[in-house]
Design a protein around this ligand. Structure first.
Ligand SMILES: NC(=O)C1=CN([C@@H]2O[C@H](COP(=O)(O)OP(=O)(O)OC[C@H]3O[C@@H](n4cnc5c(N)ncnc54)[C@H](O)[C@@H]3O)[C@@H](O)[C@H]2O)C=CC1
Ligand SMILES: CC(C)CC(=O)C(=O)O
Ligand SMILES: [Mg+2]
Length: 361
C-alpha cells in the first residue's frame, strides 16, 4: 500500500516521541512491503519562531494533501509563563483541529497486566479497565469568544454548542458502543450549564436510533470521582471538549502514565493521530519521555486511516512485549534507565523479527 503521511513533530518532547512512532511505521513498511512517504511540517512554538504563525498555511496544505497526519505535541514555557503573549503555540493546535474539521478525539484507555503496580490505583481496580472517551474537539469553551472588560478586571470565555456538533460525534460514539459493550455514558454538567442541557436533549433523542445501546448520564464531577473509584464501570464516554480533555489526563494514570495514551482525531475529511500528553518541556532533549503514546497513535493511524488492522495489532503487541520485558521509561518504573530511543528501537526490532510470535499471542 502507498500512502502519504504528514508529520508534525512540534515542540518539547514532540520530536523525540514522534521519531519513535516513525521507527515503528518504517518497520511495518519493511515487514509488509508498504510504501509510506513522510512530509514534515511546522506547528507550535517552533513554527512561531520560524514563520511567526503557530499553524502556517504551508502546514495546512501539507495536512490536506496527506492521507493521514502524525502529530507530536506543542507548547513552550516561554508562552506558558507569559499570559499576555499575542501569539501562542496552542492557537496553532486549535486552528489545526478546526481548519481540518477534526471534530472527534477518540482516546482509548486500556491497562496492561504487567503495569498494574505502576498505577496509583490498587491492582484490582486497574486490571481489566477498557473504555474509550469520545471527546468533542472543535467546539465548546476552547473555541468560544474570549475577552476582558475595558478596566481589565473581568475576563470571559464563551461556551456554545450546536445540535449538529453534538449529533455528529454522538453518531461515532454510538457506533463504537455497538462494537463494544453497548453502553454510552454522557458526561456533562446539565445541572448547571445550558450547553450540557442541550447535549442531554440531543443525545437522548439520538439514542433512539440505537435501541441496542444503553445510554446513561453522569455529571462531570461525579465522573471524575468514578474514574478513580470504579474505572471498570465505563464503556464509551461521550463528552464535550474541556471535560474530555481533563478526564482523559486523569484516566491516563490508571494505565501507569500519561505517556501511555494514544488518540485519533477524526473528521469528515482527514484524521490526525497524537499522544494525549503535551510537550513536557522539563524532559525535552533528555531522551527520557515515554514514547508509547506516540507509537500507539501510529497503530491507530494504520487501523483507522489505512484499514491495516494486522499491522496495527503488531505494533500494539510489540509495545506490550516491550513492557513485559521491563523495557520501560522512568515514568513507569522509577529506577528504570531505558531511554526514549531504546524503547523505539526495541519496538521496531520486535516488529521486524517477531511478527509471527507476537501475532500468535
Ligand atoms: N496536544 C498538545 O500538544 C498539548 C500541549 N500541551 C502543552 O504542553 C506544555 C506542557 O503542559 P503540561 O501541562 O506540563 O502537560 P504535559 O502533558 O506536557 O506534561 C504533564 C506531566 O505529564 C507527564 N508526562 C507527559 N508526557 C509524558 C511522557 N511522554 N512520558 C512521561 N511522562 C509524561 C510528566 O510528568 C509531565 O510533567 C504546555 O505548553 C501545554 O500548553 C498540553 C497538553 C496537550
Ligand atoms: C491546548 C490544549 C487544548 C491541548 C490539550 O490539552 C489536549 O488536546 O489534550
Ligand atoms: Mg489535554
Amino acid at each position: 500500500m502507498k500512502k502519504n503521511i504528514a508529520v508534525l513533530k512540534g515542540d518539547g518532547i514532540g520530536p523525540e516521541v514522534t521519531d519513535q512512532a516513525l521507527k515503528a511505521l518504517k518497520a511495518i513498511e519493511e515487514v509488509y512491503g508498504h510504501e509510506f512517504t513522510y512530509t514534515e511540517a511546522l506547528i507550535g512554538a517552533i513554527a512561531i519562531d520560524v514563520t511567526g504563525n503557530p499553524f502556517p498555511e504551508e502546514t495546512f496544505k501539507t495536512c490536506q494533501a496527506s492521507d493521514a497526519i502524525l502529530f507530536g505535541a506543542i507548547g513552550h514555557p516561554k508562552y506558558d509563563n507569559d499570559p499576555n503573549a499575542p501569539v501562542r503555540p496552542e492557537q496553532g493546535l486549535l486552528a489545526m483541529r478546526k481548519s481540518l474539521g477534526l471534530f472527534a478525539n477518540i482516546r482509548p484507555i486500556n491497562t496492561y497486566k504487567i503495569l498494574a503496580n505502576s498505577s496509583p490505583l490498587r491492582a484490582d481496580l486497574v486490571d481489566g479497565v477498557d473504555f474509550v472517551v469520545f471527546r468533542e474537539l472543535t467546539g465548546g469553551i476552547y473555541f468560544g469568544q474570549k475577552g476582558r472588560s475595558e478596566d481589565r478586571n473581568i475576563a470571559f470565555d464563551n461556551c456554545s454548542y450546536s445540535k449538529e456538533e453534538i449529533t455528529r460525534i454522538s453518531k461515532l460514539a454510538f457506533e463504537a458502543a455497538q462494537k463494544r459493550n453497548k453502553r454510552v455514558t454522557l458526561v456533562d454538567k446539565a445541572n448547571v450549564l445550558a450547553t450540557s442541557r442541550l447535549w442531554r436533549e440531543v443525545v437522548k433523542e439520538f439514542a433512539k436510533n440505537y435501541p441496542d445501546v444503553t445510554l446513561d448520564f453522569m455529571f462531570v464531577d461525579n465522573a471524575a470521582m468514578k474514574i478513580i473509584q470504579n474505572p471498570k464501570f465505563f464503556d464509551v464516554v461521550l463528552t464535550e471538549n474541556m471535560f474530555g480533555d481533563i478526564l482523559t489526563d486523569e484516566a491516563s494514570v490508571i494505565t501507569g502514565s500519561l505517556g501511555m495514551l494514544p488518540s485519533a482525531s477524526v473528521g469528515s475529511k482527514t484524521a490526525l493521530y497524537e499522544p494525549i500528553h503535551g510537550s513536557y518541556p522539563e524532559a525535552a532533549g533528555k531522551n527520557i519521555a515515554n514514547p508509547n503514546g506516540a507509537i500507539l497513535s501510529a497503530a491507530m493511524l494504520l487501523e483507522t486511516s489505512f484499514g491495516l488492522s494486522e499491522e496495527a495489532s503488531l505494533i500494539r503487541k510489540a509495545v506490550e512485549e516491550c513492557l513485559n520485558q521491563g523495557i520501560v521509561t522512568s515514568d513507569i518504573q522509577k529506577d528504570s534507565k531505558f531511554t526514549t530511543t531504546q524503547i523505539g528501537d526495541k519496538v521496531a526490532e520486535l516488529i521486524k523479527t517477531k511478527k509471527k510470535e507476537l501475532l500468535a499471542v
